[in-house]
Design a protein around this ligand. Structure first.
Ligand code: PLP
Length: 376
């Protein structure tokens, strides 16, 4: 298998996997129990929280564990809406993940006004437009840091600064950029992170909430995570998340430069071999691991399936419901036509890939292209 779908999920680091069995044996007690075994588990959870807070350069009391970034995003959006019902306006980029857009759709069905910020052809948001949208009714501004489909990176410092000037809250989903880009937390109020994008297992995420900012919980119960996320903590996954984050932090320079070189090599080779391709968000700052290519003479699903027959994993941005592929909302927001959006394939690299594998994939794409472009 050649796995080029790391923006969808990553393989768990071997070191992390190896530790898990011991974590299940050593830390099975309930961290809310007051006996010493429970307190031992409480201690490792709090140590993990501290480790992650150091990586994020925030206060440890500002980190809350959840089951995934989808839960973090829902908690932040619905938690604020619950607290401030008089503020029924939200400003958001149109290229957010569905775990942000669908909660907003729900709020819109309840009468909220949702305004989308203009983006340019590369997906960079128009900050002047954002400024013009903010009003005294605005509950929150939501702009993700790195996009999961194209990799475009937004200037969250400038956006956050503007929000502070306008006295409005700012939330950024950093699921794809965490540990791959510097995260400037100076002006953000909320962040969301997912474990399985940084080589930890699925089922663990977190949110950052600036100290002293109130938020209603999504889940009520025993009051864990300072009442913000009830439900017995999952110590093994919390430890695994902290371990993966620490590995990434330690090797970040090496990892990021490898990802960038792999991506650049792939794109250069592809340009040499296949004419007319275009690289989405290719003229702006991008995450190191994502390359979104439009193959004008192909439909993306056929290329994805063709590569799958060679045991190569990639993704198309299009969502397939009831057998008909729908163009990605991200590419549509960037102004690509339906045909272009349905011809886009996302290659997302991991640190375990080598140049030889990239060459193999280029050869396969050439073969598939030769066969399929004829029919398109
Ligand atoms: N936000 C972004 C940008 C993502 O890429 C993803 C997952 O693809 C999510 C949120 C949701 O993460 P999770 O799978 O942890 O719910």
């Amino acid at each position: 298998m050649i796995y080029l779908d790391n923006a969808a999920t990553t393989a768990v680091f071997k070191e992390v996997l190896d530790s898990l069995e011991d974590y299940y044996k050593s830390y099975f007690a309930n961290p809310s129990s007051i006996h010493k075994h429970g307190q031992k588990v409480r201690h490792v959870i709090e140590r993990s929280r501290y480790d992650i807070s150091q990586i994020l350069k925030v206060n440890e009391e500002e980190v809350f564990f959840t089951s995934c970034a989808t839960e973090s995003n829902n908690t932040i959006i619905f938690g604020l809406a619950d607290l401030y019902p008089e503020k029924n306006h939200i400003v958001v980029s149109p290229i957010e993940h569905k775990s942000v857009l669908n909660p907003l759709k729900k709020l819109s069905s309840k009468g909220y006004k949702i305004d989308f910020i203009k983006v340019d052809k590369d997906g960079v948001i128009d900050i002047d437009h954002l400024k013009s949208l903010i009003s005294e009714k605005t509950l929150i501004v939501i702009v993700m840091h790195g996009n999961n489909e194209t990799g475009v990176v937004q200037d969250i410092r400038s956006i956050g600064k503007l929000c502070k000037e306008k006295d409005v809250l700012f939330f950024s989903d950093i699921v794809q950029s965490f540990l791959k880009e510097d995260i400037d937390t100076d002006y953000v109020d909320f962040l969301s992170v997912s474990g399985h994008k940084i080589n930890a297992p699925k089922g663990i995420g977190l949110m950052f909430k600036r100290k002293d900012l109130p938020l209603s919980p999504l889940i009520y119960g025993g009051g864990q995570e300072k009442g913000l996320r009830s439900g017995t903590e999952n110590p093994q996954l919390i430890l695994a998340l902290a371990d993966s984050a620490k590995i990434w932090k330690e090797k970040r320079g090496e990892f990021v430069s490898k990802l960038k070189s792999l991506r650049d090599y792939f794109e250069d080779r592809l340009r040499q071999e296949i004419e007319d391709i275009s690289i989405v968000s290719g003229r702006t700052k991008r995450l190191p691991h994502i390359s979104n290519i439009i193959f004008p003479k192909l439909d993306a699903q056929s290329l994805v399936m063709g590569l799958d027959s060679y045991d190569v994993c990639v993704s198309s941005g299009s969502a397939c419901s009831s057998g008909t592929p729908a163009p990605s909302h991200v590419l549509s927001a960037l102004g690509y036509s339906e045909k272009e959006a349905l011809s886009s394939v996302r290659f997302s690299f991991g640190v375990d890939i080598d140049y030889n594998q990239i060459e193999q994939v280029i050869e396969m794409i050439k073969n598939i292209y030769r066969e399929l472009s004829f029919f398109f």
